[in-house]
Design a protein around this ligand. Sequence first.
Ligand SMILES: Nc1ncnc2c1ncn2[C@@H]1O[C@H](COP(=O)(O)OP(=O)(O)O)[C@@H](O)[C@H]1O
Ligand SMILES: [Mg+2]
Length: 253
Amino acid sequence: MNPKNRTPLIEMKGIYKNFRRVEALKNLDFTIYKNESVGLVGDNGAGKSTLIKMLSGLFPPTKGEIFIEGKEVKLNSYSDSTKYGIETIYQDSAVVNDMDIARNIFLGREPVSALGFLNLKKMDKLSMEILDSIGIRGINSSRRLVDELSGGQKQAVAIARAVHFKSKVLLLDEPTSALSVKETRFVHDFMIKLKNEGISSVYVSHTISNVFNVVDRFVVLRRGENAGEFLKEETSVEEISELLISHSSEDEN
Ligand SMILES: Nc1ncnc2c1ncn2[C@@H]1O[C@H](COP(=O)(O)OP(=O)(O)O)[C@@H](O)[C@H]1O
Ligand SMILES: [Mg+2]
């Protein structure tokens, strides 16, 4: 796609985030366009998770502005971010292990009857449809605990949630760090499916080769700053890895 024709979905402008004396993000500009997958890469401590958490409403910026489809927004809670169509999958757990699958899919957006009662029947039916649509078979009840799913299946449930609720963007913070090669492929196939559904994504990783095939564009974070952006077709695994290595050796000096 011609970059000039892209429409911004989320724009972060002049973002700072301080944790006491640590400047986790510094004058950061970061844009997510419609229908694209962005690889957000950088060394440990670069600020990747801080950026993701800010977009998911965990904390506001110390300074700076966030725009969604051109309108300035304040993201002060998880429900603010989901209201704007932002769905997040965290590094450690995409889902809550000791909850049943159905509750996990709905997480605060459960269908209720006119009197405000949970519509369990509808929840179960929809859950089974969602599991089926993502190719998770052999689960005969959505009342089973999420713990019974494999790591890759858990990520898939979280991704299915984004598809079902028609999220605009899915944020994935090192989603495959604890997964096997096969499970990783399962999640990556899903991410491609996501884009076919018109959902943008931000894929955080510090392993370039892992994300290279899945994303359209890279943004390199370095000590809280945007250190460069590259369209995939104009760069290579080597170029981006080189950029990260040269930056980390500067850090040592
Ligand atoms: N809640 C917090 N309190 C204090 N410092 C934090 C907190 N979260 C992150 N940091 C600091 O901010 C910097 C960026 O961290 P993080 O966003 O987790 O980096 P990354 O995900 O790229 O590894 C690090 O120096 C980290 O120690
Ligand atoms: Mg992190």
